[in-house]
Design a protein around this ligand. Structure first.
Ligand code: PLP
Length: 419
């Protein structure tokens, strides 16, 4: 019989297998200093394009003050216990009410973390007779939620309405047999490539099919829509999203998350979300901090304006210089280049060491082989000078990629990897 760990000793997994070459640099890098547009990486100043602090709140003096006071008043323990048992407070309720008003829904419920909250929400919304139809490029937390489902599930091609319809046809036939309903899941903004989910088109299909729509708007909340209420507001269909999700981990620059829906649905979910029922309540310092951040989202529209000034300067600058930024329709800014994984590593090293630019790098298997995706997250705390410096650096690395410099620099790694 095999030892349980045999497989682990043999195979570190699709990402883990790169650890010896990548750890500490490409993965698990240490960004140091205060969260800002410029931080330190291995002792050098870098312009940081990889932190989801969209509105620049992470290190805002008012936010830091409230966070520090809340930590002093409440510590990290309060309240103790799960919401249902002993971890419920008036401030949790107040935050829920204010969030509901902000996203224009009847009610919300707080989640300790977006990821586990999403998993449980998917789990709680369906029973075995129901059918889930979800975008194939969905975030891991949606996929994990779907994994818990005991009934049928179908994926539709990414943002492809024809494919969605085909699968809604199949799902409808199946639901008629099982006696269940249909849950459609999309993201408000797809975090890797920046495309908004086609929520308006999905909602239009409600005229033809009977389904409920659940939207993960992690990247849309605070960044899209007239008041920052997200992708549903931006596309004018917020009322038609049946269950709305956003995390505090991005625009709110904190930890925690929430779901929003009609009161009756939230009342059901709060009694059935296993990851919240059997886990400690969101810490009070995070609740107080979220109230402050939400107040700033509501009363400081200039934060969103500053963000979009940077987004527009970066995206139009990249396009003007001939870079392929795909179909982004959000702040998420991808740059697609052609090259192997070893070339991508040499390129990113050049960007970080010689140009002081820190952005995330995504390669196969997340995107097709032969493509390099440099993913940038502009924020309200970036400056136009940061954008200019970055555009110049991108020109330089593209030249070096095209003239084979990175191929030569990475020859040894390529040989070792059999590329
Ligand atoms: C689309 C999406 N959904 C959910 C999550 C998970 O949220 P959290 O970080 O609050 O667990 C993330 C990542 O933060 C995300 O990008």
């Amino acid at each position: 019989m095999k030892d349980l760990f045999d497989k682990i000793y043999k195979d570190k997994g699709p990402l883990g297998k790169w650890a010896s070459q990548a750890e500490g640099y490409f993965v698990f890098p240490k960004l140091e200093g205060e969260i800002a547009n410029r931080m330190k990486f291995r002792g050098n100043d870098v312009i940081t394009w990889s932190i989801n602090d969209y509105l620049g709140l992470a290190n805002h003096p008012e936010v830091r003050k409230v966070d520090a006071e809340a930590a002093k008043d409440y510590g990290s323990a309060y309240p103790m216990g799960a919401r249902m048992m002993s971890g419920h407070t008036s401030l949790h309720e107040q935050l829920q009410d204010e969030l509901a008003a902000f996203v224009n829904k009847e009610a919300t419920y707080l989640l300790n973390f977006g990821y586990q909250g999403m998993v449980s929400t998917v789990d709680a919304l369906v029973s075995k007779d129901d059918i889930i139809v979800y975008d194939v490029d969905s975030h891991a937390c949606i996929i994990d939620g779907v994994r818990l489902h005991m009934g049928k599930r179908f994926t539709f091609k990414h943002n492809d309405m024809e494919s969605l319809e085909k699968n809604l046809d199949r799902a409808t036939k199946m639901a008629e047999q099982t006696g269940g309903g249909i849950l459609v899941i999309s993201e408000g903004v797809f975090g890797m490539r920046g495309e908004q989910g086609k929520l308006k088109e999905i909602v239009a299909l409600k005229k033809k099919y009977n389904f409920r729509l659940f939207v993960d708007d992690a990247h849309g909340f605070g960044t899209l829509g007239e008041t920052g209420a997200g992708a549903g507001q931006e596309q004018g269909i917020q009322d038609d999203i049946d269950v709305y999700f956003a995390t505090f981990a991005k625009s709110m620059a904190s930890t925690g998350a929430f779901i929003a829906a009609d009161k009756e649905i939230i009342d059901y979910l709060k009694y059935n979300l296993r990851s919240q029922m059997f886990a400690k309540s969101l810490q009070m310092q995070l609740v107080v901090g979220a109230l402050k951040r939400l107040d700033m989202l509501r009363t400081m529209p200039e934060l969103q304006q500053n963000l979009w000034n940077i987004v527009n300067a970066l995206q139009s600058g990249l396009k003007k210089r001939g870079f392929d930024i795909g179909n982004t329709s959000s702040c998420v800014t991808p740059v697609y280049l052609k090259g192997s994984i070893p070339e991508a590593m040499a390129l990113v090293k050049d960007l970080r060491e010689n140009h002081g630019i820190f952005c995330s790098i995504v390669v196969y298997p997340v995107i097709p082989k032969g493509l390099i995706l440099l993913r940038m997250i502009p924020t309200a705390s970036h400056t136009l000078q940061d954008v200019e410096d970055t555009l110049n650096a991108f020109d330089a690395i593209r030249d070096r990629l095209e003239n084979g410099t990175y191929k030569r620099l990475s020859a040894a790694v390529s040989a070792a990897m059999g590329e």
